[in-house]
Design a protein around this ligand. Sequence first.
Ligand code: ADP
Ligand code: GLC
Length: 473
Amino acid sequence: MIRVLSVTSECAPLVKTGGLADVAGALPAALAGHGVQMRTLLPGYPAVMAALKGKTEAERFDDLFGGPARLLAGQAAGLDLLVIDAPHLFAREGNPYLGPDGRDWPDNPERFAALSWVGAHVGAKGAGGWRPQILHGHDWQAGFMTEYLRRMQADDLRTVLTIHNIAFNGPADPGRLHSLRLDPGRFHSEGYEYWGAISALKAGLIGADRLTTVSPTYAEELMTPEFGLGMDGVMRHRRDALTGILNGIDETVWNPATDPAIKTYRDLKGKPANKSALRGEMGLPESDGPLCVIVSRMTEQKGLDLVLQALPTLLEGGGQLALLGSGDPALQTAFERAAKNPHVAVRIGYDEALSHRMIAGGDAILVPSRFEPCGLTQLYGLRYGTLPLVGLTGGLADTVINASPAALARGVATGIQFSPITAESLRNALTRLCALYRDRETWSRMQANAMAQPVGWDQSARAYAAMYAELIG
Ligand code: ADP
Ligand code: GLC
């Protein structure tokens, strides 16, 4: 078995703000069948501490970035965990990154530097009699691992960093070099310096043996100025180390045949009952157009402002919209206002069970993201026969087969893609959607295709396992 330590700031079902948690939570089980033993290093947030079973103390630290801490080994939710019990950093309720005022905790650079430092330490020295051969970090929160490893003896250790979203680069003011335990001699453009600031992500991008991201198309996009967001030069420089491996979905959680949150179904005959139930729950009237759903963080990335602009087109086509999401207050207010129309229903908040009922009950799921490293909700849509309408970018480009005349003629389409990602082209896509929906035969064919498309972890788990094997020779 290849021993890998996954270093992550969130992990479903214990702590989740987005897809990173789903991926970190699903990888260990997906890899177990491919000769990989993965343990997961997590900060000891209250929810993680409460869930941890069979804990043993693996290590003590007198001063972990400002206070004493312990490293605990144990299990929770079927995962083998190492947990950093550091109350001064992690004993804070709620969102792992934000305080009660909705802003980033001011000490986030140190909090996740501590995660990276403990990851490096376990990589170099082991913990509780177990030492990984590979450290696999996720996003900026694990970025400093390779910096810390430079001062620890661990030449046989290999490192991987996965980019789930390059828009978060983990910035810190240069005045924090000392508190972040960084080597000041490496604060330069070939080191972890990024536009005059410290960047945890950049440290990982330059330092890791391998870089992965969560779709092949996003891997290519990252090397362009439009998507690389200032890191594109670094990405081009590290082209040979970079691969895109698509995310899968956890099919024990997302399977319409077994999902405890819905009226289960194995084929299309089971969808109408879920649609009626969702209409009832959301207070939407009967209508013969497509019921479109959205489950999303409400941020610039997700293109929801474009939905507001294109909404009249959907409604004129007889369609309806149900949205579940939270985030940007201005967007929340705008959608709440849009919900004055009886054919629009909006739930502001985060609700796991409702997200399942929405995916099961919708005819189509809208994901009009401006960029999308992979995206999971379009994959849920495919699995549930809820056709994705997506922007042509990142993982959305790689996972949906657009209903082009050629794809329709060959009977292989699974959704609709639009490009460029503008309100105008979204309007056209919604018009196409309404027309396709009225063509019952074609629509059903697309649904059947979608439900038959493999969206689980099997293929990608194989790709990660092959990369690990190659790395350790
Ligand atoms: P991102 O990680 O950029 O937010 P993904 O599509 O990869 O995008 O993952 C988002 C995950 O978060 C999915 O599992 C989705 O169902 C979930 N999610 C997003 N918003 C909500 C919400 N308001 N309620 C429940 N689940 C949500
Ligand atoms: C990020 C991306 C999303 C991706 C998820 C998991 O949050 O925005 O596209 O699916 O990470 O990799």
